[in-house]
Design a protein around this ligand. Sequence first.
Ligand code: GLU
Ligand code: MG
Length: 467
Amino acid sequence: MTNLADPVPGGRPGDVERARALGGELAGRGVHGIVLAYVDTAGIGRVKAVPVAGLASAAAWGVGMSPVFDTFLAHDQSVTTDVLGSPDGDLRLYPDLDRLVVLAGQPGWAWAPVDRITQDGARHPGCSRTFLRRIVADAARAHGLTFKAGIEIEWALGLASAPGGEFVPATSGPAYGATRQVELSEYTAELLAACAAQGVDVDQIHPEYAPGQFEISVGALDPVAAADRSVLVRQTVRAVARRHGLRVSFSPAVTARGVGNGGHVHLSAWRDGVNLHSGGDRRHGMTADAEAFAAGVLAHLPALTAVTAPSPASYLRLRPSQWAGVFTAWGLETREAAVRLVRGTAGRRAEFANLEVKPVDLAANPYLALGCLIAAGLDGFASGTVLPEETTGDPVRLDAGQAAARGVRRLPTSLGEAVAEFRGDRVLRTALGPVLADAVSAVREGEIEAVDGLDDERVAAAYRWTY
Ligand code: GLU
Ligand code: MG
């Protein structure tokens, strides 16, 4: 479980001694440096690094980094809000020692996610990992709930030798094709070995639908750990690919047309060790709380897309009938519904039943995405939202009357529409707090401006190798 306590100047109790011992042990294992990782509002992974000898000091006093990155865009221009984006000030990055791993795909390096506090020791209101820790802690306190989450990872593999920014798929052969598995046999085996060495339990790895596309799914963890894991696995996918002459894109739309890269979120709520999505007396074994939670997620989905699909490229992916879930519909095992109830196999439902939320991609900051999804679900409890009738089949086939009866509407078709929805969603804005909420709006608006006038092909090309 994630330690939900905030870092403090001088170090969390026990951390400094632990970091000193750990630093020595890591040095003995040939580790030279530690990557300190966080994800910014735009969804870009940012890092600092320290030598192993500096780990104890980092655990005590953190490592400095400017808060300006909270309002950086994907291509490193910065925008400002009332309080963020100024070149003034400094933050301290504190590694979470529970999550420190030796990177199997990058010899000589270890990795740890960080929380960020101010130089005065206060929570940094722009820190997305701190936000998610707070949401999880509040849900435990107010509702007696815990959560399990897993984020699927899809990526396209291109040839590193391709000219310019072109995408030349690294495999031929059909979707889920044995051909592709053979072609990238060494790469995927090394990736599995790296995940195992890093303590990541992989459920599956397979060639996906789109050209050069693969997917890995991993075991569910508490939400903060699941978001950390998503960042770590992507670092690993990229590092191992590089050793095989491959280039990785997690962009929602590697090309302007066709199926994109998703980052579907699996989420379940638990009380007293019991999964609320199974064994209940409501539809398909859901409890009343699980129905209300799903209803809350559905009700907030249009606004959530500003967080879960944060890039102009996200809206090239979010098209009907491409398994990205672009309607506010739910269904049992329905792969075109935005919220898919995964009931699971008889005999394992109590453990594995969950909600899969599909309009999420890997441009999304996973801490913001999970925190906002949980806040939306909890609002379903608070406001007594009723889960409408379920949808079977592709929601695109519903006529206007059927769609209205089920509350099914198309999700935003552009980042601009998503931001407008987000601006009107008091629940999400309140959950994020004013600083992060403003950062989300400002960064999305900056991103919209950055692609002004570009056609779909150019938008895809602009973000192809950014995520
Ligand atoms: N690649 C699809 C997406 O964009 C998902 C395919 C699947 O169902 O796994 O979300
Ligand atoms: Mg998939």
